[in-house]
Design a protein around this ligand. Structure first.
Ligand SMILES: [Zn+2]
Length: 207
């Protein structure tokens, strides 16, 4: 998420003291100053922390103001996302939309649901009964990433293996490459710890 300080008034920052926790200390926010950054402020989540990139020339007051505002914006965006894809019904509705938009409506799942027992895989699909599951770890990730995993699993309803045909289906979703890059970055950040808890998959299930 980006903002240009010279174009926006940070009205929300004064109303919402977002970086203060209930006990009054600053939340886990890391501010990185960049000499090359002149006008833009960027904020994102990284390993449970919030990273805010600001121009090196910002004063302490500007830093505080912009950190407050960007953290509030991230929270608003995440809460909105949680609401929009909160339930399995929401996921199913989104899957239908994505299938219609990118797969000519050919991929028709019987069910799409959130699961909390997939720690290593982002999603899985059982073509035999046309069921799709998404890891709860995707909650709170950008919408285009969740959409990518849905498209990936939907494509498995049409093509079980990761062959060239499969990837041509997946790349009908325009942000596939960007989402793959995002997920690779998350995997990389998890390091070795993520490899230990391999998921049990039923026979006939694809990831
Ligand atoms: Zn796959």
């Amino acid at each position: 998420m980006e903002n240009r300080p010279d174009r926006r008034t940070p009205a929300a920052a004064t109303a919402v003291p977002a970086v203060r926790t209930a006990v009054g200390r600053a939340a886990d926010v890391e501010v990185r100053r960049s000499a090359r950054r002149r006008r833009t402020v960027t904020a994102y989540r990284e390993h449970g922390r919030t990273v805010v990139l600001i121009p090196a020339a910002f004063s302490a007051a500007e830093e505080r103001r912009w950190v407050d505002q960007m953290v509030a914006k991230l929270q608003t965006r995440e809460e909105r996302r949680k609401r929009t894809l909160a339930s399995d019904d929401d996921l199913m509705a989104r899957a239908r939309e994505l299938s219609a938009a990118h797969l000519d409506g050919q991929a028709v799942p019987a069910s799409v649901r959130w699961v909390e027992n997939q720690n290593r895989r982002w999603g899985s699909c059982t073509p035999a009964d046309r069921t799709i599951r998404l890891s709860g770890r995707l909650r709170g990730m950008p919408e285009f990433v969740v959409d990518y995993v849905l498209v990936h699993e939907l494509a498995h309803l049409l093509e079980p293996t990761h062959n060239a045909h499969f990837w041509s289906l997946v790349h009908a979703y325009p942000r596939a490459e960007r989402a793959l890059g995002f997920l690779e970055g998350v995997e990389h950040g998890r390091g070795e710890a993520g490899q230990a808890d391999d998921d049990e998959l039923e026979p006939g299930t694809l990831a």
